[in-house]
Design a protein around this ligand. Structure first.
Ligand code: SF4
Length: 335
């Protein structure tokens, strides 16, 4: 076997990738990561990897790793010429809006998002007409067109903080598109849905599926279990957990606590990463796969990097300019 390939297999093994989530075996993964990392240098590319991606992508080739807030923030400072976004399309659009001069690629044509697809710019215009003067606070899981109709963008990492700031100046806010996250935030802020927080009907097809009844079973079987759930989960489930937040907050919670076990109620990729980062901690599986996130593989990353005519992410200049104002407002209010 080629020495370079042997060395790459050793590197991946040291990262813990020999144990899990390497489809087709370590040798195949090493051949792919070797070539992707070589092409990255040649093309001055950076790979952004969301925490719901598989560990072979995150650890094998990822340069910027995190939740949607961290990736958007990190993208603002990259010196790369090409951004390969291993996440979903709305995230890549945000990267393009923040880096109009760079080439942005998503290595899958199926990397959508049920939340993003639940609402259009026209829907937001109608909501604004129905609730004149109410600021539109929009979850980052939306298209550039929807962001362009918004006053401020939020992520699960900063939504509560930013909404508190917005409510200092407004009695009523339009929050789109996640109705579960909106209801969870309304509860945390003491607001009434339909009165002082206007919600949309969008849901995440991954987080809406979790059953709160199962949490009781897990707690009974694992005394001392810490239950963490993503803010996109329905409110009856959130009522049964110890911590609600975005994935960045959940990872910090795991890092800074010492529970006998952790039940992570979110997409499976997050649990895989947590296990690799904290191998001595005990994780209980209760997760679902996001088909959009998992449509990206090492093979598709390599194909996108190799192909000079691979379709780029584009955002019309007028929409990008308006969306950027709302995204910049997030960075300002989240700081
Ligand atoms: S996990 Fe849910 S919110 Fe995230 S990309 Fe998948 S469908 Fe969208």
């Amino acid at each position: 076997m080629d020495q370079e390939l042997k060395a790459e297999m050793k590197r991946l093994t040291a990262l813990g990738l020999h144990q899990r989530c390497v489809e087709g075996g370590l040798e195949k993964a090493a051949a792919l990561t070797l070539e992707i990392n070589r092409l990255k240098k040649e093309k001055k590319a950076v790979i952004c990897a969301h925490v719901y991606q598989t560990p072979d992508i995150i650890l094998g080739v990822g340069d910027l790793v995190g939740d949607s807030y961290k990736l958007a923030d990190d993208c603002r400072r990259t010196a790369a010429d090409v951004i390969v976004f291993c996440g979903v399309h709305f995230m890549a659009e945000t990267a393009k809006i923040l880096n109009p001069g760079k080439k942005v690629l998503v290595p899958s044509s199926n990397a959508g998002c049920s939340l993003s697809e639940s609402i259009t710019g026209e829907d937001v215009r109608k909501l604004k007409a129905e609730h004149p003067g109410a600021p539109v606070v929009t979850y980052i899981n939306t298209s550039a067109e929807v962001k362009a109709e918004s006053d401020c963008i939020v992520t699960s990492a900063n939504a509560e903080k930013i909404l508190r700031r917005v409510y200092e100046k407004s009695d009523k806010v339009i929050f789109v598109p996640d109705r579960f996250m909106g209801a969870n935030l309304a509860k945390a802020l003491g607001k009434t849905p339909g009165k002082d927080i206007i919600l949309w009907k969008g849901t995440c097809i991954v987080h809406e599926q979790f059953n709160p009844e199962l949490i009781k079973v897990y707690r009974k079987n694992h005394p001392g279990l810490a239950v963490l759930a993503h803010a996109e989960c329905p409110s009856d489930l959130i009522a049964a957990v110890d911590f609600m937040g975005g994935t960045g907050d959940m990872m910090r919670y795991v890092e800074n606590t010492d529970a006998s076990g952790y039940l992570l109620v979110t997409e499976c990729g997050f649990g895989e990463l947590a296990k690799l980062r904290f191998p001595k901690k005990n994780f209980i599986a209760m997760c679902r796969l996001c088909p959009y996130m998992k449509s990206i593989t090492l093979e598709s990353v390599l194909a996108a990097l190799r192909d000079p005519s691979y379709p780029e992410v584009t955002v019309p200049a007028d929409i990008a300019a308006k969306a950027k104002v709302a995204i910049d407002r997030m960075f300002e209010l989240a700081a």
